[in-house]
Design a protein around this ligand. Structure first.
Ligand SMILES: NC(=O)c1ccc[n+]([C@@H]2O[C@H](COP(=O)([O-])OP(=O)(O)OC[C@H]3O[C@@H](n4cnc5c(N)ncnc54)[C@H](O)[C@@H]3O)[C@@H](O)[C@H]2O)c1
Length: 252
């Protein structure tokens, strides 16, 4: 008999094809959740779903561009039909389009804000109706140190991630009356997204010096915090942001 922390939960994890989202999807499945593996990268989705099923877990492959409302609504309907009502949302899909602010194009700005902000808001709206009816739900947004302390060459990303803090706090206040908790995680991990700052001679040593634990985390080292926020253990935690970043953004 499974005794996972997420037994009976149906979880959506966006951006679950690789990196942090993949680590979350795999850990959620091991903790007993039925997991919708949502991403735009179909081959990666298939690999993650196969891996979860081969361990005896329950997973559903869902192709969806989170920045397109019709695709989000269709995905939510498919998940509800095939896995049951959604009880946990992890909004994690993300992209970067770096440029110094004086060179940034409107397309770079729009792409990043659309994926992070619209993508998170579309998913929030897609799950909140059934969660309100159930008077239960756990919603977790993925922000970043960039949203807390800023980031050079990423004003679009920093604005999007700071916006997600506002989304977390307002949604947690609006939804508290329905027993729906809303939190955010600010992670840092060795994923494809961070390859340049981890490997480029211009950045890598300086960046590592700024991490008190002086190393990069693997994606599955981040997942435990999401398990906590998706579980009964977090029933009195809402409107918070938890940094899982080796201490990089601690108050100085
Ligand atoms: N890695 C870090 O150190 C770090 C730090 C702070 C915040 N984050 C945030 O964590 C989240 C995951 O980052 P990661 O490092 O795993 O990145 P990653 O690039 O390795 O993975 C991101 C995933 O999101 C998917 N994706 C991108 N656009 C999408 C869209 N429109 N619709 C659906 N899926 C889409 C990609 O296909 C990919 O599988 C992101 O929100 C990122 O901003 C990461």
């Amino acid at each position: 008999m499974s005794t996972g922390k997420l037994d009976g939960r149906t979880a959506v994890v966006t951006g679950a094809g690789q990196g942090i989202g993949r680590g979350i999807a795999e850990r959620f499945a091991r903790e007993g959740a039925a997991v919708a593996v949502v991403d735009v990268n179909e081959p990666n989705i298939a690999e993650v779903v196969d891996g979860i099923r081969s361990e005896g877990g329950t997973a559903l492959a869902v192709t969806c561009d989170v920045s397109k409302r019709d695709q989000v609504d269709a995905a939510a309907a498919q998940i509800t039909e095939q896995l049951g009502p959604i009880s946990v949302l992890v909004s994690n899909a993300g992209v970067t389009r770096p440029a110094m602010l004086w060179k940034m194009t409107e397309e770079q700005w729009d792409t990043v804000l659309d994926v992070h902000l619209k993508g998170s808001f579309y998913w929030l709206q897609a799950v909140v109706g059934p969660m309100r009816e159930a008077r239960a739900g756990n919603i977790i947004f993925t922000t970043s140190g960039a949203g807390l302390i800023g980031s050079v060459g990423q004003i679009n990303y920093s604005v999007a991630k700071a916006g997600l803090l506002g989304m977390t706090r307002s949604a947690s206040r609006e939804l508290a009356a329905y027993n729906i908790i809303v939190n955010a995680v600010a992670p840092a991990a060795a994923t494809p997204m961070t390859e340049t700052i981890r490997t480029d001679e211009r950045f890598k040593d300086k960046y590592l010096e700024g991490i008190p634990l002086n190393r990069w985390a693997e994606s599955d080292e981040i997942a435990g915090t999401y398990v906590f926020l998706a579980s009964e253990d977090a029933s009195y935690v809402t409107g918070q942001v938890i940094s899982v970043d080796g201490g990089r953004t601690m108050v100085r």
